[in-house]
Write a protein that binds this ligand. Structure first.
Ligand SMILES: [Ca+2]
Ligand SMILES: [Ca+2]
Length: 391
């Protein structure tokens, strides 16, 4: 085995293929990242939003970004100015505490025509709802237009997932955590019968409230929920598609040891099992050994001495920082670091820690991407930052 295969930054999947699972993963786990390039800075867009947990722009909309406030509001920032009135306020229908609340927002690819926007929230019974609203004007949704798309009972208050995004295929992808508590006591992560612990793929145009795409991987599998696209997830906290090539990046929050980023190559066809709760990252969970066959391991992971809850981000494809093109940015909610890597041939390479440039973010709740591909970082204390070039 070549010596450089032992270095950190060479992804577990490549290593597994080459030498088997247990030999070198420990050596890679404590990847010490080089410093960044001294070119990045954070610009405050607003510090007047309440518990921001998400950000998105309608496709092609160059003037507005929408910010999710966990208590139940969607706010609009137009040309850099936070509008007073909310685009949508479902605070009265939302229970927001801990990991609950308004957690996801996705604009329909034809939003400029149909005005459809999808939100993911915890209802007053503590259960997950995906609801479609219709815009009533440029900066306001019709509060009476709500149509429930998906309802999923939640056994515990935590691990609700919550992210949604339309894929390059035009389908709506919805992330659900394992249902909660600790250690996945119901075994939801490995249970294809439940929607929990999975990312779903829904055709919201082909049926009411949705149709299952006929090429979803578990269509026709006895006992499986056909909505499932991938599974074996604990609490996917932000996933994203690389807008240049369709690769899917998933940040999955760990239990007590390992935080991970997994990647699904575009064109995979779906069905990947990302391991939970057989594995936490590249560790067997709760056991000295486990059957790892068929599991897709993370391309990057880090220990809890470096953080405690991964916040998945985006591959940078904007215009302002062209030297970053193709870098996947992510961070940690607890320690507030911001890192990036390039994904090449199944591996995370050229990992950088951007602490020299960016410091740490107090409560890095989410990243966001606008229609132009510029990146934003959200601090749960109320701040939206834009990633910019340093002076
Ligand atoms: Ca839950
Ligand atoms: Ca995993």
């Amino acid at each position: 085995m070549p010596e450089d295969m032992l270095r950190c930054g060479v992804g577990p999947r490549a290593i597994v293929a080459a030498v088997g699972l247990t030999v070198v993963l420990g050596a890679c786990r404590d990847a010490t990242s080089p410093t960044s390039e001294g070119t990045l800075a954070l610009e405050v867009v607003t510090d007047e939003v309440a518990s921001p947990v998400g950000l998105a722009s309608p496709p092609g909309d160059a003037s507005r970004i929408f910010v999710l406030e966990q208590p139940g509001r969607v706010r609009v920032i137009r040309d850099g100015t936070l509008l007073t009135d909310a685009f949508l306020d479902i605070t009265s229908e939302t229970s927001a505490d801990g990991e609950r609340g308004l957690l996801g927002l996705a604009f329909h690819p034809d939003y400029d025509v149909n005005g459809y926007v999808f939100v993911y929230y915890t209802d007053n019974a503590g259960d997950t709802r995906v609801e479609r609203f219709t815009a009533a004007g440029p900066d306001m949704a019709d509060p009476g237009s709500g149509q429930i798309v998906l309802a999923v009972d939640q056994p515990y208050s935590n691990h609700n997932g919550g992210h949604m995004a339309f894929g390059p295929d035009g389908y709506l992808y919805v992330a659900l955590g394992d249902g909660g508590d600790g250690g996945d006591p119901q075994g939801n992560g490995q249970d294809l019968a439940t929607l929990l612990g999975s990312i779903l793929r829904l055709d919201v145009d082909g049926g009411s409230p949705y149709a299952v795409p006929s090429d979803n991987p578990f269509v026709g599998t006895a006992g499986a929920s056909p909505e499932i696209w991938v599974y074996g997830l604990r609490n996917p906290w932000r996933f994203s598609f690389d807008r240049a090539n369709g690769d899917l990046y998933i940040g999955d929050v760990g239990q007590s040891r390992l935080e991970e980023i997994s990647v699904q190559d575009a064109g995979s066809g779906g069905g990947e099992n990302f391991g939970w709760n057989v594995m936490e990252g590249t560790d067997c969970f709760g056991a000295a050994s486990c059957n790892t066959s068929g599991l897709t391991l993370p391309v990057y992971e880090y220990d809890h001495d470096e953080g405690c809850s991964v916040t998945g981000g985006y591959v940078y494809r904007g215009a302002a920082l062209t030297e970053l093109a193709g870098r996947y940015f992510f961070g940690d909610f607890c320690s507030g670091f911001v890192r990036s890597f390039r994904y090449q041939a199944g591996a995370a390479v050229d990992v950088q820690d951007h602490g020299v440039d960016l410091g740490t973010i107090g409560g890095l709740s989410s990243f966001g991407e606008d229609s132009a591909g510029e990146l934003y970082l959200l601090d749960i204390e109320g701040v939206v930052y834009r990633l910019v070039a340093s002076d």
